[in-house]
Ligand binder design. Structure first.
Ligand SMILES: O=C(O)C(=O)C[C@]1(C(=O)O)C=C[C@@H](O)C=C1
Length: 303
């Protein structure tokens, strides 16, 4: 029997595409969930052994719902990462195919997708109300059910095709090289190809606030020659001005240098939680992070 993989659905989301990249549909049963918390809870409760959620976008930054849910509500290890290019398209219902863009009254999408297209929306559809929904494909589905209303959806081409919509524009994100990082959680993902690298994700908080407290933690990575690829702080949700820090570092958890770093951080009195140590894949074998660096000018699309 095929093992189920929970992902942010419905069918046609960017996360669906990422899940297919990590889990072949000949071997796994892809199971759409309504929201990111639903995916993570399905894995945490044992309902599904695997899950896939978005975690960071090159334009808009962290998917904070994923970070917060991972740290406050569930205890599931990160087991793989995949980065994928994101091309945001604009769709209308076929009945509205002739209507000028400026005459639409509502634009629906996931908050991350809307944030990636702010400039475009101000320029082309300035009067429309923005409605946030749980995913881009959810937006496409809602527009497909509302033929008479002058509504648009932002999302992947696959969602527009799946829900029978008319594509009104493509590549509407404000910056080129729009890329999202997705993670798999739960049981270890079978390694089907050569990973681009391995990472370890850690979460820690500083026990005391003193000059150089965070510096001391970061210095440990430098001393052991471990490349940090990301640092992110989120409120502890207990007291204003108190934070938890997420660090991604390019090394396996069981490497001696990584072990030393974790010991040293603990020795400073910082409780460390290991969120996962995992292989990283890029979409269709090419290194998307590198292609991002090569276009460092970060071209803005809607001047
Ligand atoms: O709504 C979707 O299609 C998703 O998969 C979610 C999501 C996200 O949360 O970042 C994934 C990729 C894009 O950055 C926009 C939206």
């Amino acid at each position: 029997m095929k093992e189920p993989v929970a992902y942010l659905g419905p069918q046609g989301t960017f996360t669906h595409e990422a899940a297919r990249r990590l889990f072949s549909e000949t071997e796994y049963l892809l199971h759409p969930c309504d929201s990111i918390p639903d995916v993570l809870t399905a894995v945490d409760s044992g309902e599904t052994p695997y899950g896939v959620v978005p975690v960071e976008n090159a334009i808009e930054g962290s998917v904070t719902l994923t970070l917060d849910w991972l740290t406050h509500h569930v205890d599931v290890p990160i087991t793989a990462e995949v980065v994928a290019p994101i091309n945001q398209c604009l769709f209308s219902h076929p009945e509205q195919r002739e209507l000028e863009l400026s005459r639409f009254t509502r634009v629906l999408s996931h908050p991350q997708a809307v944030a990636q297209c702010r400039g475009y929306l101000r320029q082309h559809i300035p009067d429309a109300v923005i409605s946030y929904v749980d995913s881009t494909a959810d937006a496409a589905r809602r527009v497909s059910e509302q033929g008479r209303d002058r509504w648009l959806a932002i999302g992947p081409r696959s969602a527009g095709e799946l829900y029978g919509l008319v594509q009104r524009d493509t590549a509407i994100q404000d910056y080129e090289n729009n890329i999202t990082r997705f993670i798999a959680v739960g049981k270890r993902v079978p390694e089907c190809e050569q990973p681009r690298c391995y990472k370890t994700s850690l979460l820690f908080s500083l026990p005391q606030d003193y000059p150089g407290a965070l510096f001391d933690v970061l210095a440990s990575f430098a001393r052991h020659n471990i490349n940090m690829t990301r640092i992110e702080s989120r409120p502890t949700k207990k007291r204003l001005g108190t934070y938890r820090f997420f660090i991604d570092a390019e090394q396996k958890q069981d490497h001696p240098a990584m072990k030393r770093v974790m010991e040293e951080i603990e020795a400073q009195g910082c409780p460390v939680r290991l969120l996962g140590s995992y292989p990283c894949f890029s979409d269709s074998g090419k290194n998307s992070s590198e292609s991002l660096d090569n276009h460092d000018q970060g071209a803005y699309n809607h001047r």
